[in-house]
Write a protein that binds this ligand. Structure first.
Ligand code: UT7
Length: 322
């Protein structure tokens, strides 16, 4: 048994900050940000209602509709996030309440930017064991609340949004995964507090915001992502040519280009959307999956590789058959 994707959904705030807006806030430029990252805009939550749980619920609701499944049929909801508005109840319980999934078991999972991948692995383990039959896996982030908007080395990168998939236990298809964590290197990407208020930055110690050694994270990503993808393909006896798409965590277009080059594959197989959304951490992979699915971009039965990397440090790759 594996969990097959029956539906996808996503939600991004309508409020947008482009690079020119950021260049009014910190010493940067549209040209620098585009050249070094591929990012042009990011969507930012606005107002009281629009928070991580709200975005996660909207994405989950859309995924349910796409799957043609009733909320009561859902057995499990996992929300991958590092930016839930409250410590408890979990964002997943908030999603349950919002969509009326009264029969679901719900919890959040933190694996930073690899969160969606690890949540998907967790749901696959439950479905594979026959413990549950139907699950929603969501990646949702309000990173605008964690970012120091006076720090140009991080604030230009991140954005807010959510993506979701509905999985149903199935005898057909394939799911396989390789995942790693290296806590010894966790210091290169940290955030010691959450639920910051982005407009009250003067009152909060800068150290509590997101901190990153960008160069180290970059090196880690471009070496480990191709390695873990190769390990996954070797395990499944597949060649890179047999993969229709590689859906990578959307952190920096140069990371994606480097991974494509190291795997000897063309960029056409590596869709990117960070130009529009920036890095949305655990939400980036499911938002991209939803965009391609809605354009009918996946052929039934084709092989797709997902790969994520980020804080922890954590990284991994998963193979699925659409
Ligand atoms: O989800 C996982 C989390 N994070 C990542 O994946 C991020 C991985 N890292 C990166 O994407 C890149 O390292 C960054 C985009 C963060 C930085 O790009 P870089 O090419 O590694 O730049 P750098 O940090 O080496 O800085 C180059 C120069 C420096 O100036 P000097 O020392 O050469 O005079 C920086 O001070 O660019 C300067 N700089 C900026 N200039 C304009 C750094 N940030 C900015 C900025 N605007 N926003």
């Amino acid at each position: 048994m594996i969990g097959k994707i029956y539906g996808t959904g996503s939600y991004v705030p309508s409020f947008v900050w482009d690079n020119d807006k950021l260049s009014e806030m910190v010493e940067t430029s549209d040209e620098w940000i585009r050249e070094r990252t591929g990012i042009a805009r990011r969507h930012i939550i606005e107002g009281e209602e629009e928070d991580t749980t709200y975005m996660a619920s909207r994405a989950a609701c859309e995924a349910l509709k796409d799957a043609g499944i009733q909320p009561e049929e859902i057995d499990l909801i996992i929300v991958a996030t590092i930016s839930a508005g409250e410590i408890m109840p979990s964002s997943a319980c908030g999603v349950q309440k919002a969509i009326g999934a009264v029969n679901a078991v719900c919890f959040d999972l933190n694996a930073a930017c690899t969160g969606f991948l690890f949540a998907l692995n967790t749901a696959q383990a439950y479905l594979g064991q026959g413990i549950y039959k139907t699950a929603i896996v969501v990646g949702a982030e309000s990173l605008s609340n964690l970012v120091n908007w006076t720090d140009r080395s991080t604030c230009i990168l991140f954005g807010d949004g959510a993506g979701a998939v509905v999985l149903k236990a199935s005898k057909d298809g394939k799911y396989s995964q390789v995942a790693y964590s290296d806590g010894r290197k966790g210091g290169v990407l940290t955030c010691s507090s959450r639920n910051q208020k982005k407009y009250e930055k003067e009152s909060v110690d800068a150290e509590t915001y997101m901190q990153m050694d960008g160069g180290e994270v970059f090196k880690f990503a471009v070496s480990k992502v191709p390695e873990v993808i190769r390990e996954l393909l070797d395990k499944e006896n597949l060649s890179t040519k047999e993969i229709a798409y590689y859906i990578l965590h959307q952190a920096n277009v140069r990371i994606v280009q480097s991974v494509a080059k190291r795997l000897g594959e063309k960029m056409e197989k590596f869709p990117v959307n960070m130009g529009e959304y920036g890095n949305t951490s655990s939400a980036s992979i499911p938002i991209l999956l939803d965009e391609i699915n809605k354009k009918k971009g996946f052929r039934r039965g084709s092989y797709i590789v997902l790969s994520g990397f980020g804080g922890g440090l954590t990284y991994g790759a998963s193979l699925l058959q659409w």
